[in-house]
Structure formats: C-alpha cells, structure tokens
Write a protein that binds this ligand. Sequence first.
Ligand code: PLP
Length: 371
Amino acid sequence: MGYLKVVIDRQVLRNNLREIRRMLPSNTAIGAVVKSQAYGHGMIECARVFKEEGACFLVVSLLDDGVRLRQHGIKGGILLIGGIWPEEAKDCISHGITPVVSGIEVAKSLSRAAQELQKEAVIHLKVDTGMGRLGITLENWRDTINEILSMPGIIVEGLMSHFSVADSPDASDMAYTQQQIEAFERVVEEAKERLPNLKWIHLANTAGIIKLPRAHWNLVRPGLSLYGGVKVPGTSITEAMEVSSRILHIKRVPRNRFLSYGRAFRTSRETIIGVVPVGYSVGYLRCLSNRGEMLVMGERAPVLGKVCMDLTIIDLTHIPQAGIGDTVTILGGKGKNRISVFELSKWMETIPYEVFCLLGGTHPTEREYIN
Ligand SMILES: Cc1ncc(COP(=O)(O)O)c(C=O)c1O
C-alpha cells in the first residue's frame, strides 16, 4: 500500500527557468541543478526541459546520475558538483562529465586517467569561501592550484564556490555572505592569471541569483527556484509538483472515540473520517499528526491523530459528499485552499527542499508529466 501520485507540470518548470533568466545579465549562463532526482521531480524529464530552455549545464551530485543522463541521450555540459572518488576518474572523463575538484588526490586520479585514455580531464575547481564542506580552503588554494596545474591532462575550465547562508535575512548572515563574495572575488582576481583555460566562474545558488547580482558572474546554479520552492516577488515562479492520493475508506465514528496509534486524537462529536493510503514511508512525515491538512473537493480536511507508516486519517465531517476513490491533494491544488510547499514545510518543520525530496523522490507509486 502507500499510494502517492506525483504530477509535474513541465510548463511551470519552463516558466520558472525563464523567470530566473530574466533576473540575470544576458552573458550569464544557467547550470540547472537536477541532483537528487531533480529535488524529487525526476531527473531525466527535468533535464530535458531545462536543456530545451537553453541551460548550459545540468548539475548533478553523483557520477551515476551524470552517466544516466548520457545514457538517456542528453548531450552538452554536465557539471558534477559532488565530485568523484578517485576510482571514478576514468568513467567521468569517458562520459564527458565535468567534475568539481576540491583536492589533490582526485586531481591526480583524473590526470592519470586522462593520460591512459589519451583525453583531457576538464574540471572546475572549488574554493571553500565559508560553506565549510567541499572545496579547497582559502589558506591552501594557491598551492593546490599550482600543484593541479602541473598535472598533465588537466584543463581547469571553471572556478566556483558555494554560499552557506545567502537565503538568510539576518544581518550577521548577510555580512557573512558578503565576506564569502569578497573572498571569492579575491581568489578569482588572483587565480585567473594562472588559469589560461578559465571559462566559467560561478558562485550563486537560488538565493544568490535573487538577492546578489554581484555574485552572478557568468554562470549560476539555480535549484530550488526551478521547482518553485521559493517566493520571488514580481515573478510567477511557482511549484511544478502536485502530490495526491485517493480516499481508501470512509466511516462514521461516534463521539468520544480514539483515532489511530497512541490515542493522540479523541472525537469530540460524531465524525466522518477518511483513511488515505499515505504515511511516513512515502514522506508524509509523522510530525504532520494532528497538524497537517489535505484537500478533498477543494475543502481542507485536517489530519486526525498520528500519521502511520502508510495510512493517514483525515476529517471529512464537513465534506459528507466525499466518496471512496476521490482524490486527496497533499501538495498543490487550485483555488483559495491550495496547499503550498511553504505551508507543508511549516507543518513538517522543515524547508521546501526536503518536502519536495521526500514526497517526490521517495516512493511515488505513479509519476506523471503534463504539458
Ligand atoms: C554546490 C551547489 N550549487 C547550487 C545548488 C542549488 O542551490 P539552490 O537549490 O538553493 O538553488 C546546490 C544545492 O544544494 C549546491 O549544492
């Protein structure tokens, strides 16, 4: 059991990309982030849409995803931001995938593989300006770049970094982001002298694109905004994903009865309940117990009691016309009662990224693309 249907509107994806482009100077290219199943939206379909819309790179985090894109006939730049393990160097080069390199060991493996294949390893170097995750530290970047440049077969085509708090309105976070921008500018200024093949310089994720024109350089890496997980005033960016299920069972329950595990809900009146075959196993998290809402016939139906592994109870008392098999909207819907990713992420005490990944990426029974 556990029935979740995910519908992705390609036209919305297209429109979101166009809206992002409107925020950019004409010489700034787009690297569309399709990692992690395109944030739950399905990597291959999304990649096709973004390529058609002129994305210069598709950005993935695993070599396997890059290879899968190639196997589906997708041509053009694929940027592997997660990097590779040394033993993946040959596959990476032979599939024409551009790895982001953060250290010597991987660079050496790419150099060796390039020589064996009699090809070049085209790479982007990542500098850690404050994210503190991947990337060469600011203390080491000069020595590291020098060493990498001495390796045969390596072409450094890109230089990049990544923001850690660019989406935060907090003053100290904004100052931190500013420091990241300035550190990156210093690196670029100095490094570009030594990098004769440098073609791409990139820093901005969604927040950087929206808020920080100074960080646009000639390539940006939007993810969340492509899928509509961010509100951008003055644009029509919106969610491309709609998630639904269907009513499995309906019954009338007398007053004063407990519903679901843990006796966390007791009826205060005669109640019509609907049972929906979704639960935390498909990303409808347990924290939605007694808190979330679903849409039935355009009306809000509150979740009653604990969300189970693959069943959730909703209140249909005020929607008596609802029947078995009727659609239950979990994310999306039309009209004033629409459930947005922002509302769902508030109930789930998380961020829109995670809502999309959980509901779209875990185990949808059915995924459909429209438009
Ligand atoms: C290196 C890098 N660039 C860009 C992105 C896209 O970020 P966003 O989804 O906030 O646009 C990510 C996402 O995590 C990332 O890891």
